[in-house]
Structures are given as C-alpha cells and as structure tokens.
Design a protein around this ligand. Structure first.
Ligand code: PMP
Length: 772
C-alpha cells in the first residue's frame, strides 16, 4: 500500500522534473491522480504509481496513445509528456519512504459520461464510432506487455466466480451465478475464435469524456491489454447501460455507431450480451471480495448497486432477444413468445408422438443447440448438461461432426463391401480391450448390441437362461425388457421374471443386504450369484451385468464382486457379458473400461451410447471362438451397423478421448465432485450417500440416515431447482431417490464448482422450506 505524496512534494517534483509550477489538487477516483494548474496557463495531470506497475506497461500505454494521436483520432487523450531528461516516467522517493513513479499527462477536458446530461442517440452513436476508430488503429499495434491478464480482463472474468460465495443473500447469489453461467457458456467457448487485438478495455462512464453532445476524450489506458476486440465494446456497454430506462435500446445505438466504422461478425454480435453480463458480474464479485477487506472504502463500491440493478433487468431477457436488440433488430421481436411456442410444440408432439415417451422436467425444455458441455434452449439460455453420457466428448464436437460430415459426403453403405475404415475402427476398439477380446460386431443401438450378446452366448453355450442384477436395464426390445427388472418390475411390467430370467441381488454397499461390510461385501454379493445359480438349477447361458450400475442407482459394485460372480458363472458353464453402454470409454476415470476396475476379463463386451458421441451406433466385442460358434450358417447382418460414416465417427471419438486426455480429466473432475459432495453431505442430512468413480456419480437422498427412507420427492425437487438455475440433472434408481451425474467429459473445474455452490444453496433453501 503506497501513500499519496504530499502537495509540497508534488510541487517540488513538477518543478525539478518538468519545469512546471502551479497548484495541485487530487482528482476523484481510485488512482493517485493530481490535477496541476501550471503557471504556463495549461492544465496537466500528474499520475503516481508504485513499483508494482511494470515499466513495460507504462511504455505500452505511451505507445498506444502516441499511435492513436498520429493516426489522427479526433478526441483528446492523456498524452504522456516526457520530463526534462526526455523520460516518460520520473522516479522519486517520498517523505515516508515510498518509491513512486510519476507521469505527467496532458489534461483531457470535458465532463465524464456519468456526469453529463442523459445521452441522446447522437451521443450514443458517437461513442460507438470513437471506440471502433480506436480499435481499428490499435489492431495495427502490438506490444509484449499487452499479453497479460488482470482483474478486469473480460476474457478471464470466470476467475471471479468463486467469489459468489461471499455474497450474503441467496437470491442474489443465484442471480449472479446464473449470469456468470451465461457468460461462461455463451461467450467463453467462442472467444478464442474471434478477432483479437490490443484494446483500451476500460471505456467506463468515468473515463469517457463528453462535451456538447460529442465524445471528446478517453482517459485511463491502465487496463489495456490484448483481448478479443469485442470486449472493448462490451465493457463500454456495461457502463452506458447502467441506470438508463431502456438499456438495450441505448446499447443498440452504440453498437450501430460502432458497426458503421468496424462492422461486427455475427459471432461477435452473439457474444456481446453475455459479455456485458460477465462484466457486471465481475463488478459485483470484485465488490463482494473487497467488502471483506474494507467495507467503507470510498471508491470500491460506486458501481455495485447500479450493476445489480442492470443485471436483474438483463436476467429477465432471453439472450437471443438481447442479442437481437443489440444488433439493432429489436423491432422484429418478439414474434411468437417462448411460452406460446412451447405450448404449441407440446400440443403437436402429444398428437403425433407415442405417449409412452415422457418429457423431462415439470416445464419442458425446447433445446435447439448443443456445444461442449452445454445445451441451449430456444431463447439462448444455457444449461449445463450433467446427465448426457451420450455426447461423451462434448455436444457437437467439431472434430466428430467434421469426420461424419466428410464421410457422409463420400460414401455411406453397408458392410458387404471391403472398406478400410471398418477394419481400422475394429482394430482401434480391440486395442483398448484386454487380449483375447478381438472380434467385433457393429450395430446401431445399445439394445441391439445386448440382443446380439444374448444370441452369441446362447449359440455358444447352447443354453437359454440368464442371470441378471436386480434393478438393471439393458434395452428396449421384447427380450431385453423381459430381462430388465427395471422394466418388468416397474409400472406397466409383468411384475415377475420370466422362467429363464434369474435375478441376483444388487451389489449395493449402501442399502443392499451386505451394506456396510466394505471389504467382504464384494465377495459376499458375488457369492449371491453362485447361490442363485445353485437354487435355480438352471442351464445358465450367461450373466449380463453393467460394470457400474446406472439405472440401478449409480451403484459402484464393491471390489471383488465381478471376479467372484464370474467365477460362479463360469463354473456353471455360462458366459460373462458386461454392458458398458453407460460407463465405458474412460468415464470411470481410472480405466478405459469400467470392468477393468474389478480385474476381470469378460467374454463379451457391449458398447453403445458414447461410442458415436450421439451418432447412433453400438458394438459387441468378443472372443474369436464365440464369434465362430455363432457363424453356424445363419448370417448375421445389420443394414446400418459398421457403415463408413459410423466408423469415421467412432474413430474421431476415440481420437478426441485420447488427444484431449478425457479419461484423466474424468478422474480429476470426479474427485473434485466427490470431495465437494462429501462436504455437502456433512452439512445436509438429506444426503445419505455420495458415490462414484470418474464422471459417474450418484447422490442418494434419504429422509432418515438410519431407516434410509428414500427421499424421492426431495430428489425430484432438487433436480427441478437445479434446472431452474441452468443445470440439468435427473433421478434414477429403483426408489427414484438417486441424483445422477454423468456429464459430457469436457466439463471443467468451474462447472463443477458452480454445481457444488448451487447444490449447497438449494439444499439450504430446501431445509428452510424456501421456494425457488
Ligand atoms: N444398456 C444400458 C446399461 C443402458 O443404459 C441402455 C440405455 N439406457 C441400453 C443398454 C440400451 O441402449 P439403447 O437405448 O441405445 O438401445
């Protein structure tokens, strides 16, 4: 902390270094700026900084201003005037021992924007014009010191999100969290692809100087940096839109003025609204942090209340509408409102689509776009997708999209011709599996793959009975519904297994028969498989098991379970089939295939969902001898399975998992999640259990930790509350009380932290019975 120099010290410095004498007066604001009314009849500003300001940054400011002046910018700028030695800064020691660095600047006249009269359209457009002219000039300049970040760097505003926890009011926290989320989902992922340049980056309402309906000056180049160019405009808009009756209308005038000089691309226009929100959130988050340091500080909170007010207004506006307004097409809105659109679509869907298909959430979502870990509704609002394990490498991953598109434009046909991609893909898949699992079949869905696995095992063993885990779901065909307790024991089901289906207990360490037995539980549950085999005396063709139980309630079987169970099955002459449809391809974090966690090698592996990142494909991989036994004269053919488009897509998915290190990321983020969730469990008795591996996590809610009474209604409510905050979760498990987390694997730390903060808030509100 440096102390302001005394007036006499400033006067002495002015004389000695600059040959000027006169009167000095401190200027308002955070910076150590003094006005010098010199006796040469001119007015100057003396600006002081401590040693924390690198000389390169001062040089950067100087170069920027000189460039703008020589390019003929028609506003006045705080030009740095050299001292009598020709240097742009003067170092000196104050009476209290601080080393200060002084700069003499030319004085910029006019009134700051915030003190000027209410701006008319002409002034608003003029500001846009000036900023665009500045950006065009600065685009031709670069400087090493500009490649930096700082507190107000709008391209890195996400660093402030953790400060949300410092805000006292939960309603306020929810608002700023959701607007930071908007910034993170709608702006951040797109910034890297936008034009970058050196920008002033701080055209706030104290720095823009106005006179007679025109912008006549711009102050304070201290925040300048190399950034997406659009951030220049976004910062200015975030201030100009404060306190005005029609912020988007005023904003549109500035954008129009800007575009008249530097037209914006559609991509730049689309990030503007979320960037403005990001800047307001930064102001609020920084104020929250500063309040913990000095709640009475005279300068730190001047914008905070105004930023809250504007943020609240912007939160009411769909991002698509905000963008339309800022782009100057506001008069075209609103057309069919979002609510009316939803109702019309719902009605038509109910008329045309089979009613056995449900729709997620109390109020359905109309999702129109996906990118990375985010889905966007028709209004452009982002939702963090925490449940879609199909879009494994991120929604619409460009590499996967490109691979599929390219192949679709070249050839798509069945597998009765030779094609290199089929072989390459089969090789790549087998390379991820233990030796011996070397023969592939390609189909189109998890159900089809499981059906094929059943046929393979039945043909190989000559038997037809199956062992299945209680609560399991394996597919939608007649046979698989008969084999899935999740279905036949559920609503509309027969309520009992077919004679060829033998149910083994769920290896559930939390509420199953061997709960709490940690080490011994795996083997004990495994022996249950042996018991069922013995008691049924049935000719077992195989045991079909998910390596981790999805629909069963995100259950992680205890160690030793599969090894013991497989031992019993094989002793009885059956095959061991693992269903990796939900959990494969690195999701478990520690291994590429979840069964590897249990140190077993199955006879058949079934793959689906993530395999094509949303492209409908699936596969079965088995040992050669099993595939040969299946080739008994009856041909197996799938019209679409293994087509070149699917193979190209599947290869791209494998490439992305590898190149982006997604398995390791799943492990890391999973640990972050589990740690945070276990912390929440300590605070909230409603959370009975937290379990998971990698990005496959379950939160089991109970009303009583002793009786384990399931809290299904609470789980459903928590899911709805999180959806209202822009985070998509769902419930599962036989008691419907387990919240599932199995997101696209491109999630990031900030997403995890947002989910944890939000869960904490919502659980707190639920405990206090506060509405959402
Ligand atoms: N197995 C498991 C474990 C599944 O979760 C599912 C789908 N939820 C299937 C198989 C069936 O896959 P699909 O819907 O692609 O037929």
């Amino acid at each position: 902390m440096i102390h302001p120099p005394a007036a006499e010290e400033i006067i002495t410095l002015s004389k000695q270094a600059y040959g000027l004498s006169g009167l000095v007066e401190r200027l308002p604001g955070e910076n150590l700026n003094f006005r010098l009314d010199a006796n040469d009849g001119k007015c100057y500003v003396l600006k002081f900084a401590g040693d924390e300001l690198p000389a390169e940054v001062i040089e950067l400011e100087h170069r920027m201003i000189e460039n703008l002046i020589s390019a003929g910018i028609d506003i006045s700028l705080p030009r740095i005037l050299p001292n009598q030695q020709g240097e742009i800064e003067t170092k000196f020691r104050t009476g209290v021992g601080d080393v200060l660095r002084a700069r003499l600047l030319s004085f910029v006249r006019g009134s700051p924007w915030c003190e000027a009269d209410t701006p008319d359209a002409g002034l608003l457009r003029d500001l846009g014009r000036v900023l665009a002219e500045i950006d065009l000039v600065l685009a031709g300049l670069d400087h090493p010191a500009a490649h930096r970040t700082h507190r107000w760097d709008l391209a890195s505003a996400g660093v402030h999100r953790e400060k949300i926890a410092l805000i006292d009011d939960p309603v306020h926290r929810r608002l700023v969290e959701s607007m930071f989320h908007l910034y993170a989902a709608c702006a951040l992922p797109r910034l890297a692809g936008l034009p970058h340049s050196l920008i002033h980056s701080d055209a706030n309402d104290e720095n823009v100087m106005v006179d007679n309906g025109k912008v006549i000056g711009l102050l304070d180049f201290a925040d300048s940096l190399y950034n997406p160019t659009i951030c220049e405009l976004a910062v200015a808009l975030a201030y100009v839109m404060l306190d005005v009756p029609e912020p988007l209308k005023d904003g549109a005038e500035i954008v129009a003025g800007y575009q008249a000089v530097r037209p914006l691309s559609q991509e730049e226009l689309e990030v503007l609204f979320p960037l403005i929100c990001g800047r307001l959130c930064t102001t609020i988050a920084v104020a929250a942090e500063r309040r913990t340091i000095d709640p009475e500080h005279p300068n730190w909170f001047v914008t905070e209340a105004r930023a809250w007010a504007l943020l609240k207004r912007l939160a009411e506006i769909d991002p698509v509408v905000g963008t339309t307004w800022l782009a100057g097409r506001g008069h075209l809105e609103p057309g069919l409102g979002a609510g009316a659109h939803l109702n019309a679509l719902l009605k038509r869907r109910n008329e045309r689509i089979g009613p056995s298909l449900s729709i997620a959430y109390d109020e359905p979502l109309t999702i129109v776009r996906g990118q990375g870990q985010y889905l966007f509704d028709i209004g452009g609002r982002p939702f963090l997708d925490l449940v879609n394990n199909v879009c494994h490498v991120g929604h619409c991953h460009p590499r996967v999209v490109m691979a599929g598109q390219r192949q679709m434009a070249l050839l798509n046909t069945n597998t009765r011709y030779l094609h290199g991609l089929l072989i390459e893909y089969a090789d790549r898949l087998c390379a991820t599996l233990p030796n011996g699992l070397d023969t592939c079949f390609f189909v189109n869905s998890g159900s089809e793959a499981n059906e094929l696995a059943l046929r393979l095992a039945e043909t190989y063993t000559g038997r037809g009975d199956w062992l299945i885990i209680d609560g399991a779901y394996h597919g939608n065909t007649t046979l698989l519904v008969q084999l899935s307790p999740y279905k036949f024991m559920g609503p509309g089901g027969s309520g009992h297994p077919e004679p060829w289906v033998h149910i083994v207990p769920m290896p559930d360490g939390y509420r199953g028969i061997y709960r709490g037995q940690d080490q011994a539980a795996g083997e004990a549950y495994g022996d249950e498989v042996g018991r069922v085999i013995c008691e049924s005396c049935a000719p077992i063709a195989g045991f079909l098991a998910e390596s981790l139980l999805g629909c069963g309630g995100q259950i992680i079987p205890p160690q030793g379970y599969l090894a013991r169970a497989f031992g019993h099955v094989r002793a009885a002459g059956g095959l061991c089939v693992v269903d990796e449809v939900q959990v494969g391809f690195g999701r478990a974090g520690t291994h590429f295939w979840a069964f590897e966690q249990q140190n077993v090698v199955p006879d058949i592996v079934v793959m689906g969902k993530p395999i094509g990142n949303g492209h409908p494909m699936a596969a079965v991989v088995t040992r050669r001898e099993i595939a040969e036994a299946f080739a008994n004269g009856m041909e197996y053919f799938s019209t679409f399975g293994g087509n070149p488009v699917s193979c190209a897509t599947g290869l791209a998915v494998l490439d992305v998992i590898e190149e982006e290190g997604l398995q390791a990321r799943a492990l890391e983020l999973g640990q972050r999640f589990l740690l945070g969730l276990r912390g929440l469990m300590n605070e909230h008795a409603l959370i009975g259990d937290v379990r998971g591996t990698g990005l496959f996590i379950g939160i089991e809610l109970v009303r009583d930790r002793e009786s384990l009474e399931p809290a299904a209604a609470e789980a459903a409510e928590l899911v709805e509350r999180m959806k209202a905050r822009g985070m998509l979760l769902s419930t599962d498990g036989p008691l419907h009380n387990v919240i599932k987390i199995k997101p696209p694997m491109v999630l990031n730390e900030a997403d995890v932290d947002m989910v944890l903060r939000s869960l904490e808030d919502e659980l707190g509100q639920m405990a206090r019975s506060e509405p959402f």
